[in-house]
Design a protein around this ligand. Sequence first.
Ligand code: 3H9
Length: 698
Amino acid sequence: MTDKIAYSRHDDIVVLRIENPPVNALSQAVRQGLAEGMDRAEAEDGVRAVMIVGEGRAFIAGADITEFGKPPMEPHLPNLCNRIEASPLLVVASMHGVSLGGGLEVALSAHYRIAQPSARVGLPEVHLGLIPGAGGTQRLPRLIGVEPALDAITTGRHIKAPQALEMGIVDRVEEGDPQEVGLAYVRELLDSGAERRPICDMPAPAPIDWDAAYEATLKKGRGQISPAEAVRAVQAGVEKPFEEGMKAERRIFSELMNTDQRQGMIHAFFSERAVSNLPELKGVEPRDLKAIGVIGGGTMGAGIATAALLSGFSVVLIEMKDEAAKAAHERISGNLQGALKRGKIDQAKFDKLTGTALAVSTKYDSLSDVDLVVEAVFEDMDVKKQVFGKLDAVCKPGCVLASNTSYLDVDEIAASTSRPGDVIGLHFFSPAHVMKLLEVVVADKTAPEVVATGFALGKALGKISVRAGVCDGFIGNRILATYRTAADHMVLDGASPYKIDAALEKFGFAMGPFAVADLAGLDIGWATRKRKAATRHPEERVPTYIDRLCEQGHFGQKTGQGYYIYEKGKRGGTPNPEITRLIEEEQKERGITPREFTEAEIVRRYMCAMVNEAAKVLEEGIAKRPLDIDMTLLFGYGFPRYWGGPMKWADIQGLPNVLAAIVGFAEQDPWFWKPAPLLAELVKTNRNFDDLNKEAAK
Ligand code: 3H9
């Protein structure tokens, strides 16, 4: 038997203990060991039951994702599950930690399931662009009914043991050592004469309106196909005999395995974990963090303070005047009220977080004991320098001084203090207690342990932290500025903002760029355009039609009018005819004859602009790895997860195709479309962005 399964005999019960750290993934050796363990138990005299249990932190976290894309190796998981279920012995799973995907499928092929109260179960395959492929779509609906099963499978959510008990997924929840309580449960089952209970023998559950469920799931997934395909697999299980349903599940699983979406989702899974794993920080210890200072109590500062409080830090927030301090306190309390309503915290915690854990002050001296300060004041270099001067004077030695600037030069900010090694950029995204992305902006002189502390803070706050270098806009906003410009150019040339938004939403973005602009406030872009006007290159094409709308006092959602018109009480907006008029006016002024854009061209131009700028960001070392860019766009800019990120998208298209498209666009507009030398080099050397990720990991 393979060394991944420990076989032990306890009177008439055999325990198969899975030992495959860190999370007992079902690698080939585990599958083979389980099959051999079942064979041996069945062949031994006097054995009446088999119990499967996991060693370490989980029962089983699922199929071994690292085996995906490689030639499949026997025994295949669906066959193993069928084999376990068909055993003449009584089979019981004793679950702790997580039982996910194939892990839950193994448990569902057992005849009874016992779980620790802290255990979680789920079928999260849709998050990898797949469906459960070892009977999950067949057994779970038979066990608990179609609707709860579909909810679990299409959302991939983790279900806590007490709820799993209520739903009938597990038969008992009991605290204790998983092996001990499991063995006691098996003994009880044997003593009470419990019979084998294969789910495949249970009657098929009642059907639902499958087409309606399919369509609703597809819509909810914004173009993600695997959740909708899961509906079809469940349908097959209800309409056909068990074996036929298993075949249908297998077919859909295999088809999905070959999709771009599966590649993108798995890239996202591993990149999400690799992103904070920086080779440069190996062996570097972060500084201790207990108390956090925040300068500025506007939406951003209050969001940062909320996030810090919710993660167990004490917070000192500084505002300029008493009134502003009071408003900041109210803003934070409002945020925490939301957490209270959603059950994230209870009343006692709320009282503590808005009471002793939070101090709002107008005096910088109150920061003398904090371990890290995040400045979140107005985006103006002089204002920031003044703040950092004051921080330098009052903060204790070793305190990390962070700026939440979204584009200003962190080197310059650092140089305004006597301790540039302690200065770093921590670029949160608004609302900071909700958005997952944190750009950790490393300036020239930032000390390694300060970088490590930035990442430690990000981890404590539950953020996805990405390392970025200093430039205008860092990774995310710099790339955003370029692909937004590509969208603006398309508008000037004839694609309506509505067609662009629709095409990009169809591509999978949560919102199109013009709907986003309305949400963020058109005054932001207007101010930036005015600021940059003086230094603008004469060949730069910047539309002015939107400035006309701003001049009329319309700034998007907050004023009820922008690219769209918003009516109170209604979600979303309708196209604003004034925008169409202003665009036509500008086209006439510029002598442009508008042309047709297909959805495919819109997506191609937008994405190529993104990839081209991203390649420059990489080349300049602003981002160290392509995956850092992918995670920035995924977690801060609504990029569809199932594409894995823009660099993964480019790899999937093939870099020669992406480069050829950019070169083609450059023929029409050489000033904007300058192909990134890195792209050309990768194409020349027959490499792609994933190769760069791998090279960086070595
Ligand atoms: C499936 O089951 C298909 C079947 O239906 C059909 C098949 C035919 N495989 O996240 P962490 C690694 S699809 C390989 O940092 P946490 C992970 O990469 C699968 N490796 O810890 C990391 O490695 P490293 C369905 C895996 O405590 C380390 O374990 N299952 C797998 O925050 C620790 O992970 C899923 O989708 C795996 N399945 O979270 C579950 N899982 O240390 C996916 C983890 O080198 N996994 N690793 O960076 C998770 O959701 C989380 O990892 C888990 C632990 C909750 C388990």
